[in-house]
Design a protein around this ligand. Structure first.
Ligand SMILES: Nc1ncnc2c1ncn2[C@@H]1O[C@H](COP(=O)(O)OP(=O)(O)O)[C@@H](O)[C@H]1O
Ligand SMILES: [Mg+2]
Length: 278
């Protein structure tokens, strides 16, 4: 069974004439690391808001078609119940952090859902280790860096044991080193837990090498969903006005000038291997 399934889904925010989502058909499966890419305004955030029922339950507007979350119609399930299946980390984690210290922050969601005490304790230990925040447990959310806040937000959500973790531009406010750290962290979490992670992210150099699948959006539509290598070598990816990985741009130029015929590499080690064999 898919985790999330969109069936001919349309959504228009209240007061807008244009659809923010236009005839979406999409399947999100288990145990995948997925990149969602597209120009600003193409509908990425809106699409992600549908995956935990926020749209249409919380944002008012007009919708048609259906979104199913583990087989359940997303309009029929309580958003709190969905939070144990789907967790979302937004761009500004400080808006999401509500407690006096990091430990309470992580416990907060579990307490709300009525997890038993000993389970909460065990879970805190587990996610703190997974996200590497042992040293900041007693700090207040405002005392820690943006990168650490992002880790705490991820830890609080992982504690609820979601099957799908969604991150909407999680590195937008981080400097490059923190961004790299968060992306590496997500990659290792995905491998260790086998949950599905979907990330909307502009730093293509960092994410393209680690994802399994890519979804491309353009003007409110999903224009492609496929395995990473198929997407990277497609015309549609080439034509889309989004950041491209540096390696991609170099090899694409070589390809158009007929200096290179093979598949486009997605990481520096792969690119070096190709160049050595030339
Ligand atoms: N809360 C909202 N109310 C009204 N319109 C919105 C809201 N959020 C997004 N939109 C509109 O929906 C369209 C898609 O936006 P969004 O999903 O944020 O795209 P992206 O995340 O790809 O930048 C844009 O035209 C945007 O202005
Ligand atoms: Mg967005």
């Amino acid at each position: 069974m898919s985790l999330v399934k969109f069936k001919n889904f349309y959504f228009r925010y209240k007061g807008n004439e244009e659809y923010a989502l236009n005839n979406i058909n999409l399947n999100i499966e288990k145990n995948k690391f997925i990149l969602l890419a597209g120009e600003t305004g193409s509908g990425k955030t809106t699409l992600l808001r549908c995956m935990n029922g926020l749209i249409p339950q919380f944002y008012s507007g007009h919708y048609r078609g259906k979104v199913e979350i583990k087989g359940n119609d997303s309009t029929q399930v309580n958003i709190a119940d969905l939070s144990t299946i789907v967790g979302i980390v937004f761009q500004n984690p400080e808006n999401q952090l509500v407690s006096m210290n990091v430990e309470h922050e992580i416990a907060f969601g579990m307490e709300n859902l009525g997890f038993p005490r000993d389970k909460i304790r065990k879970k805190i230990e587990e996610v703190v280790q997974l996200t590497g925040i042992e040293s900041i447990m007693d700090k207040a959310p405002f005392e820690i860096s943006g990168g650490e806040q992002q880790r705490v937000a991820i830890a609080s959500i992982l504690a609820l044991e979601p099957e799908l973790l969604i991150l909407d531009e999680p590195t937008a406010n981080l400097d490059p080193l923190f961004a790299q750290n968060i992306i590496n962290l997500l990659s290792s979490i995905q491998k260790k837990t086998n949950i599905t992670i979907i990330i909307s992210e502009h730093r293509m150099d960092l994410v393209v090498p680690i994802v399994d699948e890519i979804i491309l959006m353009e003007k409110s539509r999903v224009v492609a969903q496929d395995k990473r290598d198929n997407i990277v070598n497609s015309d549609i990816f080439n034509k889309l006005h989004i950041n491209k990985p540096i390696i991609y741009s170099i090899f694409k130029k070589l390809q158009t000038r007929n200096y290179y015929q093979g598949d486009i590499p997605i990481s520096i080690p792969e690119a070096l291997k190709i160049l050595k064999n030339k």
